[in-house]
Design a binder for this molecule. Structure first.
Ligand SMILES: Nc1ncnc2c1ncn2[C@@H]1O[C@H](COP(=O)(O)OP(=O)(O)O)[C@@H](O)[C@H]1O
Ligand SMILES: Nc1ccn([C@@H]2O[C@H](COP(=O)(O)O)[C@@H](O)[C@H]2O)c(=O)n1
Length: 289
């Protein structure tokens, strides 16, 4: 008998550099109890877009060493490889992806990672919503929206400690390429997100809502509300939030549905009891920042 093909629920996680995309993915995987599960058994896996940086020419490598190559431009990625890999994942195939080395600005030779078929696949990166063909593959799109000061303050120590850069190089690259490319290519893709997560992993309400949503996909029979995880993400999440809220017997006064949460749901916000906001982005013109 043929074994069952796992066709996963594919979630895109976009956001500026150091916004907390991979931390949000780790937090989601941890809360779903998947962090300690071995690679072959995992139901929820995360893949970084950085695995799809293309190999540089010799001349580009020399520029990259001086912080003068634009890694934030869409052309820095292998779009075709990204697309075919995501298609294969959606067909339930086992795929092999590259490991990327920021110190050498190139793909690690002889080091790949095998991604086994899973129920939920998170694909995170600065430009995962930029390429239309890839964008259309996602069942759910999240945008981690962290202000640029915070992102720069995180990026500087990270790049120095983990990516082998010096301060001048990090700041030059940021001013020359990272900041302008964020404005031109990444930030405009926020409008495609189903859910915008202000403050990334600090936003526990948002993470919990997303975890609930994924749990419903993983265990459909356990779902209290019988919602269809592939359809209206914003409404599903709001309904789940209200159900949780009521079942936890918290004070109803603490929950305020924004006036924008009309039946049309053109950009709804939940103001949680601890002042933590999650934006459900039904409105392409909606911009929290
Ligand atoms: N909520 C947070 N509070 C403090 N530091 C954070 C938070 N989220 C991420 N970081 C740190 O900021 C850096 C970038 O986070 P990361 O999740 O790798 O961002 P991205 O994947 O968007 O580049 C890492 O050093 C990480 O530990
Ligand atoms: N060789 C490279 C490749 C990428 N970068 C920078 O990484 C950023 C994307 O990764 P995040 O984890 O921050 O989302 C992007 O802004 C590139 O500038 C690099 O510096 N060197």
């Amino acid at each position: 008998m043929e074994s069952e093909v796992k066709k996963p629920f594919l979630i895109g996680v976009a956001g500026g550099t150091a916004s907390g995309k991979s931390t949000v993915c780790k937090r989601i995987i941890g809360k779903l109890g998947q962090a300690e599960v071995n690679d072959q058994q995992r139901q929820v896996v995360s893949i970084s877009q950085d695995s799809f940086y293309r190999e540089l020419t010799q001349e580009e490598k020399l520029r990259a060493q001086k912080g003068r190559f634009n890694f934030d431009h869409p052309d820095a990625f292998d779009e075709k490889l990204m697309y075919t890999t995501m298609k294969d994942i959606l067909e339930g195939k086992k795929v092999t992806i590259n490991s990327y080395d920021y110190r050498t600005n190139s793909i690690c030779p002889n080091k790949t990672v095998t991604i086994y078929p899973a129920d939920v696949v998170l694909f995170e990166g600065i430009l995962v919503f930029y390429f239309p063909e890839i964008r259309e593959l996602f069942h759910m799109k999240l945008f981690v929206d962290t202000d640029s000061d915070t992102r720069l303050a995180r990026r500087v120590p990270r790049d120095i400690n983990e990516r082998g850069r010096d301060l001048d190089q990090v700041l030059n690259q940021y001013m020359l390429f990272v900041k302008p490319a964020f404005e031109e290519f990444c930030s405009p893709t926020k409008k495609f997100a189903d859910v915008i997560i202000p403050r990334g992993a600090d936003n526990t309400v948002a993470i919990d809502l997303i975890v609930h949503h994924i749990n419903d996909i993983l265990h459909p029979t356990a779902s209290l509300n019988g919602l269809n995880g592939h359809s209206n993400v914003a409404i599903d999440l709001i309904v789940q939030h209200i159900r949780d809220f009521l079942s936890n017997r918290l004070s109803l006064d603490a929950l305020t549905l924004s006036p924008t949460s009309t039946p049309a749901l053109n950009g709804a916000a939940i103001n949680g009891s601890r002042g933590k906001n999650i934006f459900f982005n039904g409105d392409p013109n909606y911009r929290p920042h």
